[in-house]
Design a protein around this ligand. Sequence first.
Ligand SMILES: O=C(O)C[C@H]1C=CC(=O)O1
Length: 96
Amino acid sequence: MLFHVKMTVKLPLDMDPDKAAKLKADEKELAQRLQREGKWRHLWRIAGHYANYSVFDLASVEELHDTLMQLPLFPYMEIEVDGLCRHPSSIHQDDR
Ligand SMILES: O=C(O)C[C@H]1C=CC(=O)O1
């Protein structure tokens, strides 16, 4: 199942810089592992915002929920999710 996810990161302005750096490094490590596993298909920065548009390819809504909740930055994110299905006019037969 494909999911379009918008993540907006809102770190507290007074967060300890070392804590923020650790959270971002841990987030990057997990995000790159999930990309290598094919679960996090796309990761795009939204220009001008500390936010991204992502596409996840996961087995279920439950797996999406669990994946998002384990992100180190999860407590500091606003997250919007849309489920995706094939468009009848799409020419990409190999996509799901
Ligand atoms: O920077 C972000 O958009 C937040 C988050 C998503 C992946 C990652 O490495 O950080």
